[in-house]
Design a protein around this ligand. Sequence first.
Ligand code: FES
Length: 122
Amino acid sequence: MDAATRRVRDGTRLNQLIVVRLAADALSDETRSRAADGVVAYSGVCTHTGCDVTDWNAPAQHFKCPCHESEYDPGDAARVVSGPAPWQLAALPLKVVDGLLAVRATFVGKVGFAQPGSPSGE
Ligand code: FES
């Protein structure tokens, strides 16, 4: 939602999320503070050039971008662990309300991507 106009922007790719449940001992303190029952949510748009982050490196428990193979650690604030991505995925703090996941706060970090001529990707 645009904070100034209150207009819901439901047609943008930047609304895409990736959600995963991890073991409690796999979460850093920072990530645990944003998780709900071990479930964490992040922007699903790679910060490199904006591909959808759709792959999963199961042995490492990392999100992986199929375009240039950047990997993000969802247990540690989605920090970049390999590849050309310039910054971590934005995190969406969650909570549980009546047994259902809900958003607790706005994104932490920058949603979007870097690309030539547009440092914000917007
Ligand atoms: S767009 Fe994801 S690594 Fe390049």
